[in-house]
Design a protein around this ligand. Structure first.
Ligand SMILES: Nc1ncnc2c1ncn2[C@@H]1O[C@H](COP(=O)(O)OP(=O)(O)OP(=O)(O)O)[C@@H](O)[C@H]1O
Ligand SMILES: [Mg+2]
Length: 452
């Protein structure tokens, strides 16, 4: 393992070369990677080329003022913690440093012990922030980053739309069944647009409305009991990046109105705040529910729908683009077992082609992953025994369509989900896993009543 990359990186920007060297020696001994720069320009160049966790920043540099550098550093390394060092301590200076984005403040001369304490504090706070952010990045990790299978074939038109969307700033609405690749497409649009900022995801179905509101908009100190400090919302944090509002159909009416305001004005007001802040963020939304029906039922605002629907991408379910199945299976095999010559057998492939994949690409991915795990060290891959419901399940689906007992999809999904649930000993978590859908989605499917 490359331990060098696992170490937190500290960048020291100070024209005092002796101080730089002493701090370097001391901090390198404390399992930190240390970079040094003696001018603001050099410092920024290092920030643009490296992942920096902590910056020790001198207030007075030969070519710049620390206060002016702070925001530029944050621009490159959004999560970097900046410790100001100054030889001119005063309350005014400390305040100015914090206002320009510094995390803490050290007065020269300082002892190396003090420096270490300040750094440890930064690292602890970063850890906490990462744990919190992982909530939003959950999907981000899952959607991966490589290209899209099917782009040249079945999804050629989608591929073109991705390119168009990447070049534009307009909102994007991505629709499609669960697991069909909506989040992945959103991320591709973000990446192909060369955005400097982060790609963030918030799932509108996962949290209660007031929490989503404060996650999205942030809040001012004292906005409600428990709001002890100011908190930036994702719309501000995703500056120069993109935000995906997942399951937008589940967003409450009040928040829908607020979001419409953001799209119109590109400004936000934190919860409990009076000042509006401009935001520079690309807004995308995804949903697996029919928003048009929700509009009819007055559950979704029509004006917001039109505002989001500027660029529309619809992902067909996997069962309607079965020609992608071999390519997807091979791509997942190459990713999961890169060193091995594993192939899906023809007979497995046949079965996979006639299976309806209610969990879409995600389900296919899960099945391949489990097949690789079952194969152990060998190269023999058996996929079909892992298809949920296996033979009986597929037969019953086939006979259903053969007898032409056409059932609404929602009802079929519910029956199927219920039968898998039974097989899994009524364990919801396990069932969701084998079906390749989230627990929430499973609950919804089990509870869903067919529409007429
Ligand atoms: N065309 C594709 N090529 C390669 N991988 C894909 C493709 N489409 C989807 N995937 C993979 O399938 C999985 C599910 O995709 P994704 O999370 O984007 O679905 P989703 O439509 O957002 O689902 P949900 O409605 O549950 O949020 C991910 O692991 C994703 O990387
Ligand atoms: Mg998704």
């Amino acid at each position: 393992m490359n331990t060098e990359t696992a170490k937190p990186t500290v960048l020291i920007i100070d024209d005092d070369r002796l101080l730089c060297e002493m701090a370097r020696e001391f901090l390198s001994g404390a399992a930190l990677k240390v970079l040094t720069a003696h001018t603001g320009r050099e410092g920024l160049a290092l920030c643009s080329q490296n992942h920096i966790d902590i910056v020790l920043l001198d207030q007075k540099l030969p070519d710049s003022e620390g206060y002016d550098l702070c925001p530029q550093i944050i621009n490159f390394s959004e999560n970097a913690k900046i410790i100001f060092i100054t030889a001119f301590p005063s309350f005014k200076n400390a305040l100015k440093a914090i206002e320009s984005g510094a995390f803490s403040y050290l007065t020269k001369p300082f002892e190396l012990k003090e420096l270490k304490l300040a750094i440890d504090k930064c690292l602890r706070v970063s850890e906490l922030e990462k744990a919190e952010a992982s909530l939003h990045y959950q999907h981000d990790k899952e959607v991966g980053s490589s290209a899209l299978v099917g782009e040249k074939g079945s999804m050629a038109s989608i591929s073109k739309l991705i390119e168009t969307a990447a070049k534009s700033e307009a909102p994007v609405l991505i629709t499609g069944e669960t697991g069909s690749g909506k989040s992945r497409i959103a991320k591709l649009i973000h990446m192909r647009g060369n955005r400097r900022g982060p790609f963030m995801v918030i799932n509108c179905a996962a949290l209660p409305e007031n929490l989503i509101e404060s996650e999205l908009f942030g809040y001012e100190k004292g906005a409600f009991s428990g709001a002890h400090t100011v908190k930036k919302g994702l719309l501000e944090i995703a500056e120069n990046g993109s935000i995906l509002l997942d399951e937008i159909g589940e967003m409450g009416f009040h928040l829908q109105a607020k979001l419409l305001g953001v799209l119109d004005e590109m400004q936000i007001r934190r919860v409990g705040g009076v000042i509006s802040h401009p935001v520079q963020v690309r807004i995308m939304a995804a949903t697996n529910s029919a928003l048009e029906a929700k509009i009819k039922n007055r559950e979704f605002r029509e004006d917001l729908y039109y505002r989001l629907n500027v660029l529309r991408l619809h992902l067909p379910p996997l069962r309607e683009r079965k020609e992608d199945i071999p390519g997807l299976a091979n791509a997942f095999l190459a990713e999961m077992a890169p060193q091995r010559a594993m192939m899906v057998s023809d007979s497995d492939l046949n079965k996979m082609m006639s299976y309806p994949w209610p969990g879409n690409v995600r389900e296919l991915r899960n099945v391949i992953e489990r097949a690789v795990i079952h194969a152990g060290d060998g190269n023999e891959l058996h996929v079909s025994p892992l298809l949920p419901g296996n033979v009986e399940g597929n037969k019953s689906l086939e006979s259903m369509t053969q007898k032409e007992t056409i059932l609404p999809l929602a009802e079929m999904e519910r029956n199927y989900a219920a039968s898998v649930l039974k097989k899994m000993g009524n364990n919801l978590t396990k069932t969701a896993k084998v079906l390749g859908i989230s627990l929430n989605t499973l609950k919804k499917k089990l509870g869903s009543t067919p529409e007429n």
